[in-house]
Design a protein around this ligand. Structure first.
Ligand code: FNR
Length: 383
């Protein structure tokens, strides 16, 4: 393949370069993966409205998300173990996002730490928080995000209990890794990936190992994470986090109108309509099919952001048309990263930018801020 033209091209290239267990980790969904598939497929059910003979010059995709400027309504979603798609993955992705002018969100479960990412970026990035049972650890993590000048906190609400992904279990993906002949073979067939991984020190979970009590290595980390997600997490905890953080707050993982109204009641700056990329509760509707009714449920009380299944610039355009102020991509940038490192993350953003720009123009719009349901020829998802 010469130049990758689509996100699917980047996925093909990533599959060639990244060991199977880590490629599968990104590509997996919970149980039957039905929701993961629906996230992607439901976009095709929304049709655009073609317009002609209108002025299509001087177009702009620039917007704001929680008051911050973005060159287009796309941010990089928080993704765990990004540094396993490519050595130093979070640092490379953050740098690519910064250069492209879009927000980067660092996951609690990242390989590179908050401090690692801060050391290579000059603009603030966003930090995603899992509210672990150890609230002392959570307080310290928030302190570190503040010290690193992170400009927004994304609190993930849809992972009180970890969903089950069959591929990860079959691949023996765990901390510490279970070494089998199969996993050794998976690594042996990807020598370039192994070489780069050997050259970096960052192979643990940088935000956790050495920071959470009694977690000093990958072995103790496995036991810690297994029991640290908090099934008791509540809206009161969100209010506690909001006060502790004191800055822009985004609540991630909303898929229901009632929960959306509760999120707006907290006074948070934004919510993200999301089913965790189909990785948590398999069997729920696609994220895009829930977007219109959530937008209508909260009105202007809170910014509505969106993620799940975006594979093209047209998908972003459709989400914006249905009322998303901004969107996030997860797998598309991970595949870019796995395929070509930082250059691949930039490629994923560039592919999406170009598709969005051309599609917006052919729908007769010049400014993404003026895109609304009027550009759709039809949607199967009622508000
Ligand atoms: C995720 N996601 C996620 N979300 C989160 O809040 N914290 C995390 O650590 C992770 N980790 C993670 C790892 C991987 C490999 C994936 C693919 C996803 C969910 C992520 O933020 C986002 O909701 C989805 O990725 C969006 O769907 P798409 O764009 O991947 O289809």
């Amino acid at each position: 393949m010469s130049t990758p033209l689509t996100i699917a091209d980047l996925k093909t290239l990533a599959r060639r370069r990244v060991p199977k267990m880590f490629f599968d980790y990104a590509d997996s969904g919970a149980w039957t993966e039905g929701t993961y598939r629906a996230n992607e497929e439901d976009f095709a059910r929304i049709k655009l409205r073609q317009r002609v003979l209108v002025d299509m010059t001087n177009r702009t995709l620039a917007t704001t998300m929680v008051g911050e400027t973005a060159s287009m309504p796309v941010a990089l979603a928080p993704t765990g173990m990004t540094g396993m798609q490519h050595a130093d993955g979070e640092m490379l992705a953050a740098k690519a996002a910064e250069e492209f002018g879009v927000p980067f969100t660092l996951s609690t479960m990242s390989i590179c730490s908050i401090e690692d990412v801060a050391s290579v970026t000059s603009k603030p990035f966003w930090f995603q928080l899992y509210v672990m049972k150890d609230r002392g650890f959570v307080e310290r993590l928030i302190g570190r995000a503040k010290a690193a000048k992170c400009s927004a906190l994304v609190v993930t609400a849809d992972l009180q209990i970890l969903g089950q992904r069959h591929k990860d279990i079959r691949n023996g993906l765990s901390a510490p890794p279970k070494w089998t002949l199969n996993s050794a073979l998976q690594l042996a067939t990807k020598p370039q990936w192994c070489l780069e991984m050997l050259q970096t020190k960052r192979r643990g979970f940088g935000n956790i190992v050495g920071h959470a009590s009694n977690v000093s290595d990958l072995s103790s980390l496995g036991a810690w994470t297994a029991e640290q997600f908090d099934p008791r997490l509540s809206w009161d905890d969100i209010r506690w986090i909001k006060d502790l953080w004191g800055g822009k707050l985004i609540i991630k993982g909303i898929l229901d109108e009632e929960d959306a109204r509760a999120a707006a009641d907290t006074g948070a700056d934004a919510l993200i309509v999301s089913n965790h990329g189909g990785r948590q509760l398999d069997g729920v509707p696609s994220s895009i099919s829930m977007l219109p009714r959530i937008v209508d449920a909260v009105g202007d009380r809170i910014e509505v952001h969106f993620d799940g299944g975006i594979r093209s610039g047209q998908d972003v355009l459709k989400a914006v048309a249905l009322g998303a102020r901004g969107t996030y991509i997860g797998r598309p940038f991970l595949w870019g990263l796995g395929a070509m490192g930082k250059q691949g993350v930039t490629a994923s953003l560039e592919i999406i930018r170009k598709e969005m720009d051309i599609s917006m123009a052919l729908c007769g719009k010049r400014d993404i801020q003026h895109v609304d349901r009027e550009i759709l020829a039809g949607t199967p998802f009622p508000a």
